[in-house]
Design a protein around this ligand. Structure first.
Ligand SMILES: [Ca+2]
Ligand SMILES: [Ca+2]
Length: 328
Protein backbone atom coordinates (compact mmCIF):
# COMPACT_ATOMS: atom_id res chain seq x y z
CA UNK A 1 0.00 0.00 0.00
CA UNK A 2 2.79 2.35 1.02
CA UNK A 3 4.73 1.47 -2.17
CA UNK A 4 1.65 2.09 -4.29
CA UNK A 5 1.09 5.48 -2.69
CA UNK A 6 4.72 6.42 -3.33
CA UNK A 7 4.35 5.28 -6.92
CA UNK A 8 1.26 7.49 -7.40
CA UNK A 9 3.13 10.40 -5.84
CA UNK A 10 5.98 9.84 -8.27
CA UNK A 11 3.58 9.78 -11.21
CA UNK A 12 2.01 13.07 -10.11
CA UNK A 13 5.44 14.68 -9.72
CA UNK A 14 6.42 13.39 -13.14
CA UNK A 15 3.24 14.84 -14.70
CA UNK A 16 3.89 18.20 -13.02
CA UNK A 17 7.49 18.15 -14.29
CA UNK A 18 6.31 17.43 -17.86
CA UNK A 19 3.68 20.19 -17.64
CA UNK A 20 6.20 22.74 -16.30
CA UNK A 21 8.76 21.77 -18.95
CA UNK A 22 6.31 22.07 -21.84
CA UNK A 23 5.11 25.48 -20.64
CA UNK A 24 8.62 26.80 -19.99
CA UNK A 25 10.40 25.31 -23.01
CA UNK A 26 9.22 27.99 -25.47
CA UNK A 27 10.27 30.67 -22.95
CA UNK A 28 13.72 29.10 -22.62
CA UNK A 29 14.05 28.86 -26.40
CA UNK A 30 13.00 32.49 -26.82
CA UNK A 31 15.98 33.52 -24.67
CA UNK A 32 18.47 31.91 -27.09
CA UNK A 33 19.69 34.13 -29.91
CA UNK A 34 18.22 33.33 -33.32
CA UNK A 35 20.40 31.55 -35.87
CA UNK A 36 23.04 33.68 -37.60
CA UNK A 37 21.72 35.26 -40.79
CA UNK A 38 24.60 35.62 -43.28
CA UNK A 39 22.65 38.18 -45.34
CA UNK A 40 23.70 36.82 -48.71
CA UNK A 41 22.35 38.41 -51.92
CA UNK A 42 19.03 36.79 -52.93
CA UNK A 43 19.77 37.19 -56.67
CA UNK A 44 22.62 38.10 -58.97
CA UNK A 45 23.53 41.70 -59.86
CA UNK A 46 26.81 43.16 -61.12
CA UNK A 47 27.87 46.73 -60.36
CA UNK A 48 30.69 47.88 -62.63
CA UNK A 49 31.22 44.19 -63.45
CA UNK A 50 31.69 43.20 -59.80
CA UNK A 51 29.00 41.09 -58.07
CA UNK A 52 26.92 42.37 -55.16
CA UNK A 53 27.46 39.46 -52.77
CA UNK A 54 25.23 40.58 -49.92
CA UNK A 55 21.68 41.75 -49.21
CA UNK A 56 23.24 45.11 -48.22
CA UNK A 57 26.24 46.50 -50.11
CA UNK A 58 28.13 49.76 -50.32
CA UNK A 59 29.65 51.42 -53.37
CA UNK A 60 31.21 54.84 -53.93
CA UNK A 61 31.37 57.05 -56.99
CA UNK A 62 32.78 60.46 -57.87
CA UNK A 63 30.25 63.21 -58.79
CA UNK A 64 29.17 63.05 -62.44
CA UNK A 65 30.58 59.54 -63.00
CA UNK A 66 28.36 56.73 -64.25
CA UNK A 67 27.79 53.41 -62.47
CA UNK A 68 26.78 50.34 -64.47
CA UNK A 69 24.20 48.09 -62.80
CA UNK A 70 23.42 44.80 -64.56
CA UNK A 71 20.86 42.20 -63.43
CA UNK A 72 22.23 38.85 -64.59
CA UNK A 73 20.11 35.92 -65.86
CA UNK A 74 17.09 38.20 -65.96
CA UNK A 75 13.86 37.90 -67.94
CA UNK A 76 12.05 41.02 -69.15
CA UNK A 77 10.20 42.73 -66.28
CA UNK A 78 11.51 40.34 -63.64
CA UNK A 79 13.38 43.03 -61.67
CA UNK A 80 13.02 46.70 -60.82
CA UNK A 81 15.25 49.40 -59.35
CA UNK A 82 14.58 52.58 -57.42
CA UNK A 83 16.39 55.48 -55.80
CA UNK A 84 14.80 57.03 -52.73
CA UNK A 85 11.42 55.56 -53.77
CA UNK A 86 11.64 56.83 -57.38
CA UNK A 87 11.75 54.18 -60.11
CA UNK A 88 14.93 53.89 -62.15
CA UNK A 89 14.41 52.69 -65.70
CA UNK A 90 16.02 49.39 -66.68
CA UNK A 91 16.82 48.46 -70.27
CA UNK A 92 15.22 45.37 -71.82
CA UNK A 93 18.49 43.58 -71.08
CA UNK A 94 18.21 44.45 -67.37
CA UNK A 95 20.86 47.16 -67.44
CA UNK A 96 20.90 50.52 -65.69
CA UNK A 97 23.48 53.26 -66.15
CA UNK A 98 23.22 55.57 -63.14
CA UNK A 99 25.02 58.89 -63.34
CA UNK A 100 25.99 60.30 -59.97
CA UNK A 101 24.70 63.80 -59.22
CA UNK A 102 27.11 66.64 -58.41
CA UNK A 103 26.02 66.74 -54.75
CA UNK A 104 28.04 64.47 -52.46
CA UNK A 105 26.04 62.28 -50.09
CA UNK A 106 24.07 59.08 -49.58
CA UNK A 107 21.91 57.73 -52.41
CA UNK A 108 19.86 54.64 -51.44
CA UNK A 109 19.43 52.43 -54.52
CA UNK A 110 17.14 49.44 -54.10
CA UNK A 111 17.11 46.45 -56.46
CA UNK A 112 14.00 44.25 -56.31
CA UNK A 113 12.93 40.89 -57.73
CA UNK A 114 9.30 41.67 -58.47
CA UNK A 115 7.71 38.25 -57.93
CA UNK A 116 8.62 37.95 -54.24
CA UNK A 117 9.86 41.49 -53.46
CA UNK A 118 13.29 40.07 -52.50
CA UNK A 119 15.59 43.08 -52.25
CA UNK A 120 19.23 44.07 -52.46
CA UNK A 121 20.20 47.39 -50.89
CA UNK A 122 22.91 49.27 -52.78
CA UNK A 123 24.10 52.02 -50.44
CA UNK A 124 25.62 54.45 -52.90
CA UNK A 125 27.81 57.33 -51.76
CA UNK A 126 28.74 60.18 -54.03
CA UNK A 127 32.14 61.24 -52.73
CA UNK A 128 33.29 64.72 -51.79
CA UNK A 129 36.30 65.32 -54.05
CA UNK A 130 39.74 65.39 -52.44
CA UNK A 131 40.58 68.53 -54.43
CA UNK A 132 38.32 70.43 -52.00
CA UNK A 133 40.86 69.89 -49.21
CA UNK A 134 42.28 73.23 -48.06
CA UNK A 135 45.23 73.31 -45.66
CA UNK A 136 44.67 69.64 -44.77
CA UNK A 137 40.95 70.15 -44.01
CA UNK A 138 37.96 68.91 -45.99
CA UNK A 139 34.85 71.01 -45.31
CA UNK A 140 36.36 71.80 -41.90
CA UNK A 141 37.31 68.18 -41.05
CA UNK A 142 40.97 67.48 -40.42
CA UNK A 143 42.38 65.01 -42.99
CA UNK A 144 46.10 65.83 -43.16
CA UNK A 145 48.12 64.84 -46.20
CA UNK A 146 48.66 61.50 -47.93
CA UNK A 147 52.13 60.16 -48.64
CA UNK A 148 53.01 59.57 -52.29
CA UNK A 149 52.04 56.05 -53.37
CA UNK A 150 54.25 53.29 -51.93
CA UNK A 151 56.29 51.87 -54.85
CA UNK A 152 53.73 53.57 -57.13
CA UNK A 153 51.18 50.87 -56.18
CA UNK A 154 47.53 51.46 -57.13
CA UNK A 155 46.29 50.46 -53.63
CA UNK A 156 48.51 53.17 -52.08
CA UNK A 157 47.37 56.04 -54.34
CA UNK A 158 45.98 59.04 -52.42
CA UNK A 159 42.15 58.95 -52.46
CA UNK A 160 40.14 60.91 -55.07
CA UNK A 161 37.21 61.53 -52.74
CA UNK A 162 35.69 60.89 -49.31
CA UNK A 163 32.40 59.56 -47.91
CA UNK A 164 30.55 62.36 -46.12
CA UNK A 165 29.12 61.22 -42.76
CA UNK A 166 26.31 63.03 -40.94
CA UNK A 167 25.07 61.91 -37.48
CA UNK A 168 22.07 60.14 -39.12
CA UNK A 169 24.36 58.11 -41.40
CA UNK A 170 26.43 56.65 -38.56
CA UNK A 171 23.82 53.94 -37.96
CA UNK A 172 23.38 53.09 -41.64
CA UNK A 173 24.19 49.47 -42.51
CA UNK A 174 26.77 49.33 -45.30
CA UNK A 175 26.88 45.50 -45.26
CA UNK A 176 24.58 42.96 -43.53
CA UNK A 177 26.35 43.31 -40.15
CA UNK A 178 28.41 46.52 -40.20
CA UNK A 179 27.40 50.16 -39.89
CA UNK A 180 29.13 53.15 -41.47
CA UNK A 181 29.84 54.79 -38.08
CA UNK A 182 31.87 51.75 -36.91
CA UNK A 183 34.66 52.77 -39.30
CA UNK A 184 34.90 56.49 -38.46
CA UNK A 185 38.24 57.86 -37.33
CA UNK A 186 38.46 58.27 -33.54
CA UNK A 187 39.77 61.84 -33.80
CA UNK A 188 37.94 64.88 -32.40
CA UNK A 189 35.88 67.06 -34.75
CA UNK A 190 32.31 67.97 -35.64
CA UNK A 191 30.07 66.95 -38.55
CA UNK A 192 30.17 66.34 -41.37
CA UNK A 193 32.96 63.84 -40.85
CA UNK A 194 34.74 62.06 -43.67
CA UNK A 195 36.03 58.57 -44.18
CA UNK A 196 37.27 56.00 -46.64
CA UNK A 197 35.89 52.46 -46.56
CA UNK A 198 37.05 49.73 -48.92
CA UNK A 199 34.16 47.51 -50.06
CA UNK A 200 36.58 44.55 -50.00
CA UNK A 201 37.17 45.14 -46.28
CA UNK A 202 33.42 44.84 -45.66
CA UNK A 203 33.33 41.62 -47.70
CA UNK A 204 36.28 40.21 -45.76
CA UNK A 205 34.74 41.11 -42.38
CA UNK A 206 31.43 39.51 -43.44
CA UNK A 207 33.26 36.36 -44.56
CA UNK A 208 35.15 36.24 -41.25
CA UNK A 209 31.90 36.77 -39.34
CA UNK A 210 30.19 33.90 -41.21
CA UNK A 211 33.19 31.67 -40.50
CA UNK A 212 33.36 32.32 -36.74
CA UNK A 213 29.60 31.78 -36.46
CA UNK A 214 29.97 28.48 -38.34
CA UNK A 215 32.55 27.54 -35.67
CA UNK A 216 29.95 28.10 -32.95
CA UNK A 217 30.87 31.65 -31.84
CA UNK A 218 27.50 33.36 -32.03
CA UNK A 219 28.01 37.05 -32.82
CA UNK A 220 26.24 39.49 -35.12
CA UNK A 221 29.20 41.82 -35.61
CA UNK A 222 32.75 42.62 -34.55
CA UNK A 223 33.75 45.63 -32.50
CA UNK A 224 35.83 47.79 -34.84
CA UNK A 225 38.34 49.32 -32.44
CA UNK A 226 40.01 51.21 -35.28
CA UNK A 227 38.79 51.45 -38.88
CA UNK A 228 39.60 54.50 -40.97
CA UNK A 229 42.35 56.81 -39.74
CA UNK A 230 43.03 60.15 -41.34
CA UNK A 231 46.75 60.70 -42.08
CA UNK A 232 46.50 63.53 -39.52
CA UNK A 233 45.32 61.13 -36.78
CA UNK A 234 47.60 58.30 -37.90
CA UNK A 235 50.59 60.61 -37.55
CA UNK A 236 49.38 61.86 -34.15
CA UNK A 237 49.28 58.29 -32.75
CA UNK A 238 52.73 57.59 -34.20
CA UNK A 239 51.69 54.86 -36.65
CA UNK A 240 53.63 53.91 -39.80
CA UNK A 241 53.05 56.34 -42.69
CA UNK A 242 51.64 53.77 -45.12
CA UNK A 243 49.23 52.10 -42.70
CA UNK A 244 46.31 50.41 -44.48
CA UNK A 245 44.04 52.25 -42.04
CA UNK A 246 44.57 55.57 -43.89
CA UNK A 247 43.20 53.95 -47.08
CA UNK A 248 40.05 52.62 -45.40
CA UNK A 249 41.22 49.06 -46.00
CA UNK A 250 41.96 47.88 -42.46
CA UNK A 251 40.09 47.12 -39.24
CA UNK A 252 41.28 46.24 -35.72
CA UNK A 253 38.58 43.97 -34.33
CA UNK A 254 37.47 41.83 -31.39
CA UNK A 255 34.35 39.90 -30.38
CA UNK A 256 32.30 41.42 -27.58
CA UNK A 257 29.00 39.65 -26.97
CA UNK A 258 29.26 37.81 -23.65
CA UNK A 259 29.62 39.93 -21.64
CA UNK A 260 29.28 43.21 -23.55
CA UNK A 261 32.04 45.20 -21.80
CA UNK A 262 34.06 46.78 -24.64
CA UNK A 263 36.59 43.96 -24.22
CA UNK A 264 37.32 40.70 -26.02
CA UNK A 265 35.23 37.68 -24.91
CA UNK A 266 36.55 34.33 -23.73
CA UNK A 267 35.96 32.87 -27.18
CA UNK A 268 38.17 29.78 -26.65
CA UNK A 269 36.29 29.00 -23.40
CA UNK A 270 39.34 28.47 -21.18
CA UNK A 271 38.00 30.69 -18.41
CA UNK A 272 40.32 33.64 -19.10
CA UNK A 273 40.40 36.55 -21.54
CA UNK A 274 43.89 36.98 -22.93
CA UNK A 275 46.06 36.75 -26.05
CA UNK A 276 44.80 33.17 -26.66
CA UNK A 277 41.34 34.50 -27.54
CA UNK A 278 42.84 36.89 -30.09
CA UNK A 279 44.99 34.00 -31.33
CA UNK A 280 41.84 31.99 -31.97
CA UNK A 281 40.40 34.82 -34.09
CA UNK A 282 43.81 35.35 -35.78
CA UNK A 283 43.97 31.68 -36.78
CA UNK A 284 40.52 31.84 -38.38
CA UNK A 285 41.44 35.09 -40.22
CA UNK A 286 44.81 33.62 -41.27
CA UNK A 287 43.13 30.75 -43.16
CA UNK A 288 40.16 32.79 -44.40
CA UNK A 289 41.15 33.70 -47.94
CA UNK A 290 43.29 32.12 -50.61
CA UNK A 291 44.50 33.67 -53.83
CA UNK A 292 42.60 31.13 -55.92
CA UNK A 293 39.24 31.78 -54.22
CA UNK A 294 39.36 35.43 -53.10
CA UNK A 295 42.24 37.26 -54.83
CA UNK A 296 40.57 40.62 -54.15
CA UNK A 297 40.39 39.95 -50.39
CA UNK A 298 44.06 39.05 -49.90
CA UNK A 299 45.82 41.03 -47.20
CA UNK A 300 47.28 41.29 -43.74
CA UNK A 301 46.43 39.68 -40.41
CA UNK A 302 48.11 40.90 -37.23
CA UNK A 303 47.86 39.72 -33.62
CA UNK A 304 47.93 42.19 -30.71
CA UNK A 305 48.02 41.52 -26.97
CA UNK A 306 46.20 43.59 -24.38
CA UNK A 307 47.82 46.65 -22.81
CA UNK A 308 46.64 49.37 -20.43
CA UNK A 309 44.58 51.02 -23.21
CA UNK A 310 42.85 48.04 -24.84
CA UNK A 311 42.20 44.30 -24.75
CA UNK A 312 43.59 41.69 -27.14
CA UNK A 313 42.56 42.20 -30.78
CA UNK A 314 43.27 41.25 -34.38
CA UNK A 315 44.07 43.48 -37.37
CA UNK A 316 42.72 42.48 -40.80
CA UNK A 317 43.23 44.32 -44.08
CA UNK A 318 42.81 43.99 -47.84
CA UNK A 319 46.16 45.30 -49.13
CA UNK A 320 46.10 42.77 -52.01
CA UNK A 321 49.10 40.71 -50.90
CA UNK A 322 49.49 38.46 -47.83
CA UNK A 323 51.18 39.82 -44.68
CA UNK A 324 51.30 38.29 -41.19
CA UNK A 325 52.65 39.61 -37.90
CA UNK A 326 52.40 39.36 -34.13
CA UNK A 327 51.86 35.58 -33.97
CA UNK A 328 54.83 33.52 -32.74
CA1 LIG B 1 33.36 41.13 -23.77
CA1 LIG C 1 40.06 32.55 -23.30
Amino acid sequence: MFINRLSVKRHVLLLIAIAVTSVCAPLLQAKESPAFDPGLAPFSVMVDKKPLRASTNMRTVMPGKTVSIQFTQQKLGEYSASLGGQNLKLSAAGHLAWTAPAKPGYYPIRLVRNKDKAQIALQMFVLRPANQIVNGKLNGYQIGSYPSALKGLETYQPPKGYIEVTPELENLFVSPHFKLGQFLCKQQGGYPKYLLLHTGLLEKLELLLRTVNAKGIRTDSFVVMSGYRTPYYNKAIGNVTNSRHIYGGAADIFIDVNPVNDYMDDINHDGAVNIKDAEYLYTVADKLVSHSKHPELMGGVGLYDKNSAHGPFVHVDVRGTPARWGHK
